[in-house]
Design a protein around this ligand. Structure first.
Ligand SMILES: *[C@@H]1O[C@H](CO)[C@@H](O)[C@H](O)[C@H]1NC(C)=O
Ligand SMILES: *[C@@H]1O[C@H](CO)[C@@H](O)[C@H](O)[C@H]1NC(C)=O
Ligand SMILES: *[C@@H]1O[C@H](CO)[C@@H](O)[C@H](O)[C@H]1NC(C)=O
Length: 222
């Protein structure tokens, strides 16, 4: 049997080589700073029918777990921070538009605790539907890999779209009062455009308050 640490070291080398060859541009946050893997960000959709940030929420009424991802309908409800990490990367680094990254909710929300807080595509979806983006992924699996790509001309400064290993991320009206719900969709009209607002240390370190807010956000979900 091969030593797993040797295997992951080789994969790291290969990924590092791939990054060196392609060379994307650094992803920027709302203030124009490079996105870093050791920071937390609130994801703000800019082109949907909702008006708030992204939060986890049950994708259906039954079952409630694993959670999906929706945009809150109310801007007064703060989003839940995420962090971006590069599968197999050892060091903290900046995130580039060529990297596949894992996206992980950083809040200590208590719903669906037996699932991880990594985003993933529901890979068991049938070919005829738009698979949901769910919470409960595995960092090393391609179903949990997302690219952050420039949204292109006219979309506004530091605006990006998310593309999973399996295809582009969009939204459709979800079960919670039609709040936009994240899905994998090739329909360009549904493509989700986002900005990344860095979370200040001041807000991340006040854990008790953050936890309380997290609970309020989940029950009810808005
Ligand atoms: C926004 O709402 C309109 C009308 O309800 C709908 O036609 C459109 O598909 C929605 N857009 C998105 C991105 O969900
Ligand atoms: C994932 O997709 C399958 C197939 O459509 C579906 O039965 C299942 O409910 C989906 N999972 C979630 C959590 O939505
Ligand atoms: C924020 O906190 C991290 C560690 O938690 C620290 O490395 C960083 O320097 C802090 N940044 C600021 C602006 O205080």
């Amino acid at each position: 049997m091969k030593n797993p640490s040797v295997v992951s070291f080789l994969i790291t080398l290969l990924l590092a080589a791939a990054v060196c060859i392609q060379g994307g541009e650094p992803v920027k946050d709302t203030t124009g700073n490079d996105m870093k893997t050791d920071q937390q960000y609130i994801i703000q959709p800019v082109n949907t029918n909702g008006s708030g940030d992204l939060v986890p929420a049950p994708p259906t009424l039954d079952p409630l777990c694993p959670l999906g991802i929706v945009q809150t309908l109310f801007p007064s409800i703060p989003g839940i921070p995420v962090s971006f990490s590069i599968p197999y990367a050892i060091m903290e680094t900046t995130v580039s538009t060529d990297d596949y990254v894992n996206i992980e909710f950083k809040s200590t929300f208590i719903a669906c605790n037996k699932f991880s807080k990594f985003w993933k595509v529901n890979e068991s979806s049938s070919a005829t539907e738009e698979p949901l983006i769910l919470v409960g992924g595995t960092p090393q699996e391609p179903s949990s890999w997302f690219k952050i790509e420039n949204a292109g001309e006219g979309a506004g400064e530091n605006t990006y779209k998310l593309t999973s290993f399996a295809g582009p991320v969009g939204t459709k009206p979800g079960p919670w009062f039609g709040a936009p719900q994240l899905v994998l969709s090739y329909d360009k009209a549904k493509t989700l455009l986002v900005k990344f607002k860095k979370v200040d240390n001041a807000t991340t370190t006040s854990t008790p308050r953050a936890e309380k807010l997290g609970r309020l956000r989940m029950f009810p979900f808005y």
